[in-house]
Design a protein around this ligand. Structure first.
Ligand code: PHE
Ligand code: FE
Length: 288
């Protein structure tokens, strides 16, 4: 996810670079606006209220690509987080260290107009529209900081791949229960027009109750919509369990257990929806 890369000459030791907001072209701002309009219309009734509230609090509806300095000012007031620009993928430990210090690292480039629907590497729309609204929620803000601290610890246990699955199935592709049905909160879903429909409406994927150990054993797809989504009960429960659990013995325990495939449903799973996997096709990319 945040694989090895080479520190670019213009980056600081912590890999940050200036956003250089003034350098964005009118076309780039227009690309943001088009993506924003589409998702803003799609998400009421689909996204978790905490996400929608974050859009509001941060005034992300303002036209154009957000200026990270201005955005950080609002975000810092809400939860003490800020947003910093990086050139692209950064090494795992750099990423974790930023999170542990309540800094969210975001790409500053925006996709081309012919890439509105899909792009594999995270751009400023995915990073800022997808991730930053949840950081305005105090509970999720704490979860992300704890995740960064947990990442630094996982690195010492050689267990980054395990912990990355937790990030994938919560921060990137998580669903949450609400009184009115399932809601999306994962950044990879809310920033994608097609997946924000697929994740809730399609008969194809499984939607299973979130289980920490199970999630850390489950492989994931990086080349298509997920074949399984995991549903949390509440952000509070997610935060509490991850904070209170010592992961070191879990890493040791899980080391002896086989991975679970992306489409597998176990007898022990809580099944919200059993997917027919009609969309699924052979994988060209996964986490291993
Ligand atoms: N409690 C975890 C550990 O012992 C750290 C963690 C917290 C991981 C929150 C993920 C999310 O390593
Ligand atoms: Fe992301």
């Amino acid at each position: 996810m945040h694989a090895s890369a080479i520190l670019p000459a213009d980056a600081a030791a912590d890999w940050t670079i200036p956003q250089d907001w003034r350098a964005y072209t009118p076309l780039e701002h227009a690309t943001w606006d088009a993506l924003f309009a589409r998702q803003a219309a799609m998400l009421p009734g689909r996204a978790a209220p905490e996400f929608l509230n974050g859009l509001d609090v941060l005034r992300l509806s303002k036209a154009g690509i957000p200026d990270f300095a201005e955005l950080s000012e609002r975000l810092t007031k809400a939860t003490g987080w800020s947003v910093v620009a990086v050139p692209g993928l950064v090494p795992d430990e750099v990423f974790f260290d930023h999170l542990a210090n309540r800094r969210f690292v975001a790409g500053r480039f925006i996709r081309r107009p012919d890439q509105l629907d899909y792009l594999q590497e995270p751009d400023v729309f995915h990073d800022v529209f997808g991730h930053v609204p949840m950081l305005a929620d105090p509970v999720f803000a704490d979860y992300m900081q704890a995740y960064g601290e947990g990442g630094l610890r996982a690195a010492r246990h050689g267990a980054i791949d395990r912990l990355a699955r937790l990030y994938w199935y919560t921060v990137e592709f998580g669903l949450i229960r609400s009184g009115a049905g399932l809601r999306i909160y994962g950044a990879g879903i809310v920033s994608s027009s097609a997946e924000s429909r697929f994740a809730l409406d399609s008969a194809s994927p499984n939607r299973l109750g979130y289980d920490l150990k199970r999630v850390m054993r489950t492989r994931y797809r990086i080349d298509d919509y997920q074949q399984t989504y995991f549903v949390i009960d509440s952000f509070d429960a997610l935060l509490r369990q991850t904070l209170q659990t010592d992961f070191a013995p879990l890493y040791a325990e899980l080391a002896g257990q086989p991975d679970i495939d992306v489409e597998t449903v176990l007898p022990s799973d809580i099944v919200f929806t059993l997917g027919d996997q009609s969309h699924a096709h052979p994988q060209t990319g996964s986490d291993q």
